[in-house]
Ligand binder design. Structure first.
Ligand SMILES: Cc1cc2nc3c(=O)[nH]c(=O)nc-3n(C[C@H](O)[C@H](O)[C@H](O)COP(=O)(O)OP(=O)(O)OC[C@H]3O[C@@H](n4cnc5c(N)ncnc54)[C@H](O)[C@@H]3O)c2cc1C
Length: 350
């Protein structure tokens, strides 16, 4: 539903009209910004709070401020949550609809950035974030590091160290961007959001109007994609089938365990490549990043590309016949043996 009747609580807000100066952004300001993506209903997505948690940590190292930036029509609840998330400022550009209009969104954020000159802009590596962030980077004539798995502030220079898998995931590269703002995208679930806390701090709220710079092109309708499968990204328990399951019979065993535990069934890439599971269930660098409470890896070796998608899991259980498999070394519980014996036993236990 579009929140067209939604009224922003404007009583305490500043309204600023920003002009596109076309100048290159310099390093004269230092806040860390998070692009708070919203859904079509106006709800701010969970990725915003994950990035805010990281931005707050980075700001402790750098001593700089933090801000969340929303474009569209965020709903009132989300806006309140954002204001009490710990950031110093929430910027909102009301575009009059929640359709994702990448050019309009990018121009709004670029205009705002030229005005307030953040040192860092973080965005989600979601479909929308991947369309939006490069557009902003081009407009600001700066770089962008995509799909970061680690972000730190370098003590000597105060610059952002942006770590991401490189060369097919065989090594982790740490990148420094010499131009400003330093921009990075982060995959969902790489960082954990902060637990809700009542610090009593309320962010300053700034509504900004960049409409003079918007392109005239508008989106007039949207057809949501119907996803009938499970969403492994949001599951609290993920049971993953690796090539050790062998065939579709093996997949069924792992699926039964997942169902018994109320969890989601996932797979490694070769399992998907071999047509045993659909791509939406693939965990890893070229699949989905998951961050469940419990991750059970059945017959998964633990390649670096697989770990890129699940190493943020709170508790990892590995079932593997090879005690030297890499996954067994990083697991909290390593069950060494044939999964064809262990999985049915677990099914009877739970
Ligand atoms: C650019 C690039 C991107 C990639 N992206 C991804 C990605 O997103 N996700 C991903 O998963 N991979 C990805 N890969 C592939 C990755 O490198 C590995 O090949 C893959 O993760 C291995 O999958 P696996 O662990 O299921 O299979 P294998 O490596 O074949 O491991 C099977 C494991 O099962 C164990 N086993 C065998 N039989 C049994 C049994 N009966 N009981 C118990 N254990 C048993 C074996 O000891 C072994 O450890 C990518 C590779 C590249 C180059």
């Amino acid at each position: 539903m579009l929140a067209e009747s939604y009224l922003l609580p404007l009583f305490f807000c500043k309204k600023t009209r920003l002009q596109n100066t076309g100048k290159r952004v310099d390093q004269s300001s230092s806040a860390i910004w998070v692009i708070a993506e919203s859904k079509s209903c106006g709800e701010i997505c969970g990725t915003a709070y994950e990035l805010i948690a990281k931005a707050l940590k980075l700001s402790e190292s750098s001593g700089t401020g933090t801000a969340a930036v929303c474009v569209g029509v965020p709903d009132a609840n989300s806006l309140n949550k954002l204001k009490s998330s710990g950031v110093d400022c929430v910027y909102v550009s009301n575009t009059g609809s929640n359709f994702f209009e990448d050019e309009r969104f990018a121009e709004s954020i670029a205009v705002l950035s030229r005005k307030y000159k953040p040192s860092v802009i973080l965005g989600p590596a979601t479909a929308r974030g991947r369309a939006l962030m490069p557009r902003i980077a081009v407009k600001l004539k700066t770089g962008l590091t995509a799909d970061c798995t680690g972000l730190e502030i370098q003590a000597e220079s105060g610059k952002l160290l942006q770590t991401r898998p490189a060369f097919g995931g065989n090594l982790l590269a740490t990148i420094i961007c010499e131009s400003f703002p330093q921009m990075a995208t982060v995959r969902p679930h790489v960082f954990a959001p902060n637990a809700p806390q009542s610090t009593g701090k309320t962010a300053e709220f700034v509504e900004f109007d960049a409409s003079e710079s918007w392109p005239s092109k508008r989106i007039i309708s949207e057809t949501p994609f119907e996803n009938k499968g499970e969403n492994i990204a949001d599951a609290q328990i993920v049971v993953c089938a690796g090539m050790g399951v062998g065939n579709s019979e093996g997949i069924k065993k792992v699926e039964t365990l997942a169902k018994k535990l109320g969890g989601a069934l996932a797979g490694s890439r070769p399992v998907v490549d071999n047509g045993l599971l659909e791509y939406s269930r693939q965990v890893g660098q070229t699949g989905t990043t998951v961050h469940p409470n419990i991750y059970i890896a059945c017959g998964v070796s633990g390649s670096v590309q697989h770990l890129a998608g699940m190493q943020g899991s709170d508790f990892i259980i590995a079932i593997n016949s090879d005690p030297d498999a890499h996954i067994m070394k990083i697991a909290d519980i390593a069950l060494c043996g044939d999964l064809n014996d262990i999985v049915p036993e677990l099914i009877t236990v739970f």
